[in-house]
Design a protein around this ligand. Structure first.
Ligand code: THU
Length: 130
């Protein structure tokens, strides 16, 4: 699938990020099964560890609006490299969105798409709590 449209939304979402301490702007765009897109930016607070990443902002926004089925998430930053989701976001995405496509974007606006299970193999999940 061509995720250029979703990548453009992630790049746009950098504009709603709030990183006054790191100044590292991240934008995420989460695509639902019904093709609705939820945007998220990273939000930092003075108590640094309470920061929330762009991906989790987008997932929690979507979830709290009742969304439950997802296809892909795109992630953009100003780094020259493809911006991968952090480990915490990988776990949250796997638990709440399943094995979706993860679209990473670099500063040339090139895309690299992997399945979430490639980024988080042998994941802990529901099945392990039984
Ligand atoms: N950040 C994200 O928003 N997503 C990630 O997956 C990696 C890191 C944010 C958190 C923090 O506000 C800033 O980037 C620097 O770590």
């Amino acid at each position: 699938m061509d995720y250029k449209f979703l990548a453009d939304k992630a790049i746009e979402a950098k504009g709603i990020s709030h990183p006054p301490y790191s100044n590292f702007h991240v934008g995420a765009a989460l695509l639902t099964e019904e093709n609705k897109i939820y945007l998220g930016g990273n939000i930092e607070t003075s108590s640094y560890s309470l920061t929330i990443c762009a991906e989790r902002t987008a997932v929690f926004k979507a979830f709290s609006e009742g969304e439950r089925k997802f296809k892909a998430v795109a992630i953009a930053s100003d780094s020259p490299d493809f911006c991968p989701p952090c480990g915490s976001c990988r776990q949250v995405l796997m638990d709440l969105c399943g094995d979706i496509d993860v679209v990473m974007i670099n500063h040339k606006e090139e895309l690299k798409t992997l399945k979430l299970s490639q980024l988080l193999p042998f994941a802990f999940g529901d099945k392990d709590l039984k």
